[in-house]
Design a protein around this ligand. Structure first.
Ligand SMILES: Cc1cc2nc3c(=O)[nH]c(=O)nc-3n(C[C@H](O)[C@H](O)[C@H](O)COP(=O)(O)OP(=O)(O)OC[C@H]3O[C@@H](n4cnc5c(N)ncnc54)[C@H](O)[C@@H]3O)c2cc1C
Length: 406
């Protein structure tokens, strides 16, 4: 017995699932679409706990999905925010080289950004850096004028409204508990009923590998949760940062290093770090889930990753436990920052897919399996790229799954 029949069911009311729902309902308003979200409102996890940066696309390997979807997606995101009057600002950012050894990598980053089609990039000297960010210190910097900030929680809510206005159903408090694959339909059991669908799109973020397995597929990766902890600059010291100040990232990791972000609400954040979390939705250090610890700890890829990266894992942990260590990293960018300038802020947990070789997947990862589509790795800049990710998934699903063809 099912409660209702749909053409498409999307699992996950984060920015990616909602972007997919919005795109499908916009292009195919006659299709019956249901999006199920386990929380009582959308964007409760990664999409509502991030830095809010509209990334330009400088960091990513030319030709990768991240590079293509981020550069186009950033422009679309700015246009979307403008059209729907969502607070946003194209404030630009500086990526700072603080020592001689970093200079070749900074130049390489500039070339990479240009190869990706990011406009207006310019290498600047220390003096010009201080004209742009008077409190920043560095030998040289890459100026990225097209970077911006917005509030991805508000963007997600707008996607949900638009999908619902086109006839889609957004159902919250509807955790998916079982999935049955039948020859001519898929049954999705949730806490609010069982639904039949022709197509299933898994956008479950931190749980996307488990949903994939629940659907009878083997994801080949495990989602390892990395918590990102922030401090806020106290209001009296917020003037230390005009816009966005980033370090040069460690090329071995998909994380960007602790940085300064002036948000759309004018608050200034410092962070996030990237520390292994013991709960996939563990926003506090003390949050532990036995199931999550076991699923990470029994995955051989996790131990291979740990052997390769134990040193940086250890320094992230130290920086998480010691405010002094956190401040020391920030002082590379703004030497005059002090512990008293910072108060503890929010945190977010990144869903990072790791494969059995212990490699942290760098690019977005989408896997089709019959009438199912699994979104298995969409870390940053997926919020920036959400509109173009939504378009790509819709196109691929149409082609591979015959979506909208009937
Ligand atoms: C600290 C941090 C900083 C970041 N900064 C940036 C940034 O500045 N710019 C940028 O572009 N990106 C940034 N990102 C990345 C960006 O936030 C994510 O890439 C994006 O939000 C991923 O969206 P999602 O929809 O895949 O995941 P989520 O937002 O996590 O959504 C997945 C949804 O699936 C639901 N779900 C899970 N299991 C089930 C189930 N069984 N049944 C029903 N629903 C289920 C969850 O409740 C959740 O709402 C950052 C991320 C973090 C954590």
């Amino acid at each position: 017995m099912v409660d209702a029949r749909y053409n498409v069911v999307v699992i996950g009311g984060g920015i990616v699932g909602l972007a997919v729902a919005r795109e499908i309902t916009k292009r195919f308003p006659a299709l019956r679409l249901l999006l199920v979200e386990k929380e009582d409102r959308v964007a409760r996890h990664q999409s509502g706990h991030n830095s809010g940066v509209i990334h330009s696309g400088v960091y990513y390997k030319p030709g990768s999905l991240k590079a293509r979807l981020c550069v186009a997606g950033a422009a679309d995101m700015v246009a979307f925010c403008r059209e729907h009057e969502i607070p946003h600002k194209v404030c630009g950012k500086v990526i700072v080289a603080t020592n001689q050894q970093e200079l070749p990598r900074l130049e390489e980053l500039g070339r990479r950004g240009e190869a990706n089609g990011v406009g207006g990039l310019r290498l600047i000297g220390g003096e010009e850096l201080r004209e742009i960010e008077p409190h920043a210190s560095g030998l040289r910097a890459l100026l990225v004028p097209s970077t911006g900030v917005t509030d991805y929680g508000l963007v997600s809510e707008k996607y949900a409204q638009l999908a619902a206005a086109q006839g889609g159903t957004i159902m919250t408090s509807a955790e998916v508990t079982r999935i049955h694959r039948r020859p001519d339909e898929i049954i999705v059991e949730t806490r609010r009923g069982a639904f039949s669908t022709n197509y299933l799109i898994n956008c479950a973020g931190l749980y996307s590998d488990r949903i994939c397995r629940m659907a009878g597929d083997e994801p080949q990766v495990v989602i390892v949760p990395f918590r990102g902890e922030y401090y806020h600059l106290v209001p009296a010291r917020a003037s230390l940062v005009r816009a966005l100040i980033y370090p040069l990232p460690d090329p071995r990791f998909p994380f960007l290093g602790v940085h300064f972000t002036r948000r759309v609400n004018e608050k200034v954040d410092a962070g996030p770090n990237a520390v292994l979390a013991l709960h996939r939705e563990g926003y506090r250090k003390a949050d532990i889930s036995l199931q999550d610890v076991v699923s990470t700890g029994t995955f051989p890829g996790f131990w291979r990753m740990a052997v390769k990266h134990w040193q940086s894992g250890w320094s992230e942990l130290r920086r998480s436990l010691s405010k002094a260590a956190f401040v020391k990293s920030l002082q590379r960018l703004i030497p005059e920052i002090r512990e008293r300038d910072l108060t503890p802020g929010d945190s977010g947990v990144r869903a990072q897919a790791v494969n059995s070789e212990g490699v942290l997947l760098d690019d977005f990862q989408f896997v089709c399996s019959g009438k199912m589509f699994h979104v298995l790795n969409v870390p940053s800049p997926a919020a920036t790229a959400s509109l173009t990710i939504g378009q790509t998934i819709t196109q691929t699903a149409m082609k591979d799954l015959g979506l909208g063809g009937g």
